[in-house]
Write a protein that binds this ligand. Structure first.
Ligand code: HEM
Ligand code: HEM
Length: 170
């Protein structure tokens, strides 16, 4: 079963927003730019929450196991684990970020979570977790992209085309 057009669009929109989120988050934390980066991070983060929710619903409604029969059991299993890990990272990022931003009383949040909770020790822990997730995401994305490149240039199979955007009208 193939990924639907919507699922492919979600994949690349999520990718683009994640790039903006990592850059704006780091720009704020490491003072690369004076103003605007946290505002962009908060607005982008909330848009990302909506897209991620829609993406997960689309995935649950239409579970795709793209082309598993053409891959070894090891490859199919690692692909499932890495894809699952990537979804978990995205969910963990938005949950920890939202709690942290609520605790920091960010004015751009549409529905901040309970301030008492967000400012508690647990809130601090969420912030620490938010900072740590980038290393997990980096490791998983590296594996993910390495696997795609391995299929493209080593096995010379069509895995990469599963997520290819098709701009032609059908
Ligand atoms: C969508 C995925 C997200 C990614 C990839 C991401 C990434 C980052 C990164 C790289 C940093 C810099 C800190 C560091 O890791 O060294 C950061 C900081 C931060 N993020 Fe996110 N973030 C995401 C979502 C969110 C969301 C949804 C919110 C809240 C609406 C949020 C709130 C924050 C806050 C408040 C900080 C700065 C905390 C501080 O330094 O005071 N993040 N984020
Ligand atoms: C932040 C970066 C990325 C994230 C979070 C991500 C996430 C994911 C996830 C979760 C899936 C599984 C989709 C599903 O089954 O619902 C997937 C599949 C896929 N991704 Fe990514 N991806 C990223 C970057 C990339 C990049 C840069 C490429 C291209 C080099 C790529 C190519 C693919 C391909 C070809 C598939 C389909 C694999 C298959 O058919 O088994 N991804 N991605």
């Amino acid at each position: 079963m193939k990924y639907s057009k919507a699922q492919i669009r979600y994949h690349w929109i999520s990718f683009a927003i994640l790039v903006v989120m990592v850059l704006s988050g780091l720009a704020y934390s490491y003072d690369w730019i004076d103003t605007g980066s946290m505002g962009l991070h908060q607005v982008g983060g909330q848009i990302f929450i909506a897209i991620l929710a829609a993406r997960i619903v689309a995935r649950l409604v239409r579970p795709v196991l793209a082309d598993e029969e053409n891959h070894s059991r090891f490859e199919a299993l690692t692909a499932r684990l890495v894809h699952g890990g990537l979804y978990l990272c995205m969910i963990a990022y938005v949950v920890t970020g939202y709690v942290a931003a609520s605790g920091l009383r960010d004015p751009l949040l549409v529905a901040p979570v309970n301030q008492g909770f967000a400012r508690s020790d647990m809130g601090e822990l969420f912030l620490e977790a938010h900072f740590a997730i980038k290393w997990v995401l980096l490791a998983l994305v590296t594996l993910h992209v390495a696997a795609v490149l391995k299929h493209r240039f080593w096995d010379k199979d069509s895995t990469i085309s599963h997520m290819a955007l098709n701009f032609r009208k059908e």
